[in-house]
Design a protein around this ligand. Structure first.
Ligand code: ADP
Length: 160
């Protein structure tokens, strides 16, 4: 079975992520969406909240989408899961250099792991979790940029 790991912060999952996951399922039979638990970052949502939100967006795809969390090196997590492919999304040019560095570093650390890039639907090309959080904090309407269940939780978390 072809399996890819889609790692990220997903704080919270946006329609950009959803688009990458849906495209990923065209290419791979199974995706492991892996929420990075990074003690250095101050996330808005806990790892468990983020996992729960991702699961809620894909209620029917349980067989094809596993949602998990990991700490430490991504390539070590790939080994633990027996996966050889990392899926990443590319936004506008700004992502390219960072993603290239990450892919090269991961290849350096483990030559057996390959990174595959997909692009989100054009409507979500500029959407990032950080911008969504910033706009929502300032009272902006982000309901078209994240799934409805996520928008509700975002507004609740921000006390709106
Ligand atoms: P990170 O904290 O590493 O940026 P994210 O949760 O923001 O992780 O994103 C995980 C992956 O999804 C990254 O490869 C990122 O480039 C990609 N991604 C996020 N939003 C979009 C989008 N709107 N279009 C394409 N790729 C995206």
């Amino acid at each position: 079975m072809s399996v890819a790991i889609y790692p990220g912060s997903f704080d919270p999952i946006t329609n950009g992520h959803v688009s990458i996951i849906r495209s990923g399922l065209v290419v791979f039979e199974k995706l492991i969406v892996a929420v990075l638990s990074n003690p250095k970052k101050q996330p808005l949502f806990t790892v468990n909240e983020r996992i729960q939100m991702i699961r809620e967006v894909f209620p029917k795809e349980e067989a094809q989408i596993e949602v998990d969390s990991f700490e430490g090196l991504l390539v070590d997590y790939c080994d633990r899961k027996g996966a050889r492919v990392v899926l990443r999304g590319l936004r506008a040019v700004a992502d390219f250099e960072y993603e290239l560095q990450m892919a090269n570093m991961n290849r350096h650390l483990n030559t057996k792991v390959e990174t595959v890039f997909l692009m989100a639907k054009d409507a979500y090309f500029y959407v990032s979790s950080n911008l969504v959080k910033e706009a929502a904090t300032l009272g902006g309407d982000v309901s078209k940029l994240v799934p409805a269940s996520v928008a509700d939780k975002l507004y609740a978390k921000l006390g709106r």
